[in-house]
Design a protein around this ligand. Structure first.
Ligand code: NDP
Length: 325
């Protein structure tokens, strides 16, 4: 065997709650998983502060701390966690075939099963003031962080289903929500728009873009630009939610795995099976609706169980062949 090829039973790509949960289950099932963490070890949760909605933490937990705990738990059962990026894949279409994954354009891993948990990346506007205040009042997840702005005034950017859903979610918690939509109409479904329009403490401003997020250490307000009139106006808020879409991290799987029109991996019915045998997908990379740490963790568990069952079926078939030969 070449030095640059390693053969393993189970490769996990990505180190968010889905990847680590898959790792815990796969290592306890003796699949001896190897995990490559990707560019952002720990995934999206390492960019949030407090995680208050993961069951089992009555006082909440710091996002990065939670990911370190998950890593320790996965390592306790024998998962090998390595820093590195999957840069190319050559998946096998046959049942029992070996899948090849290149790491950092340098080393090839040959795996009987692959669990893809590469997540999705929230899109941001890209304004320097927005980037500076991430974690200081700028968030891309209302369900995760909305609670910290209870009874306060907040704003949300976007006009899709996510923005509409999160705006009404925030309106339940906050004093007032200002929703900024850059066009003269929303992209959200009519039902969601109706919900937005009938929520009393939710004001929609069309043709509105953020010129600057105001505040030094924490968000104190917004300067809004009306892109029709060119007028600028400042409003006071303490929280800004960006809901302009996510990009699933699936570029390297294009042409090999089935995806929807926005790049999310398609899994089979209630399982984590992709269109290729032995390749499974868990977490946000295959879920654009829920996108929560707990739902990602749940599907990570499913992926490890699906991988284990897949290998067990192959083994059973081989044994049957031997017995009848
Ligand atoms: P979408 O891509 O559907 O919408 C993104 C929104 O953000 C659009 O209104 C877009 O404006 C706006 N936007 C994009 N870039 C900028 C920018 N730079 N500045 C200001 N605004 C910007 O993303 P979603 O996350 O809302 O939804 C993704 C998918 O998930 C959709 O298919 C959606 O239907 C689905 N979904 C379904 C849900 C449900 O059924 N319950 C819940 C949540 C999502 P513009 O229209 O001008 O391009």
């Amino acid at each position: 065997m070449s030095e640059n090829i390693e053969q393993i039973k189970c490769l996990i790509i990505g180190s968010g709650p889905a990847g680590y949960t898959a790792a815990i289950y796969a290592s306890r099932a003796d699949l001896k998983p190897v995990m490559y963490t990707g560019m952002e070890p720990g995934g999206q949760l390492t960019t949030t502060t407090e995680v208050d909605n993961f069951p089992g933490y009555p006082e909440g937990i710091d996002g990065p701390q939670m990911m370190m705990d998950l890593q320790k738990q996965a390592e306790r059962f024998g998962t090998e966690v390595r820093i590195g990026m999957a840069t190319e894949v050559k998946f096998n279409e046959k049942v029992g075939g070996i899948h090849k994954v290149c790491i950092d354009n340098a080393k090839w891993i040959e795996a009987e099963t692959v669990i893809i948990s590469t997540g999705a990346t929230a899109k941001y506007l890209g304004l320097p003031s927005e980037q500076r205040l991430r974690g200081g009042g700028v968030s891309a997840c209302a369900v995760c962080d909305g609670f910290f702005y209870k009874n306060q005034d907040v704003a949300i950017v976007g006009g899709g289903d996510t923005a509409a859903e999160e705006a009404t979610y925030l309106a339940n918690i906050c004093n007032k929500v200002t929703m900024l939509v850059r066009k003269g109409e929303m992209r959200a479904s009519m039902a969601m728009q109706h919900r937005v329009n009938t929520t009393k403490n939710l004001e929609v401003r069309y043709y509105s873009e953020i010129d600057e997020v105001l505040g030094d250490q924490v968000v104190e307000g917004l300067r809004i630009l009306n892109n029709q009139t060119g007028e600028k106006e400042e409003i006071a808020i303490t929280g800004l939610f960006i809901a302009i879409g996510h990009k699933p991290n699936t570029d390297i799987f294009k042409g090999q795995l089935d995806m929807d029109e926005t790049g999310y991996l398609i899994t089979d019915a209630k399982s984590t099976k992709t269109n290729l045998p032995g390749v499974f997908a868990s977490g946000d990379v295959q879920d654009k609706d829920y996108r929560q740490a707990i739902t990602a963790a749940g599907s990570g568990c499913m992926a490890a169980m699906d991988a284990e069952r897949y290998l067990a079926e192959i083994e059973t078939k081989e044994t049957e062949k031997e017995v009848t030969a």
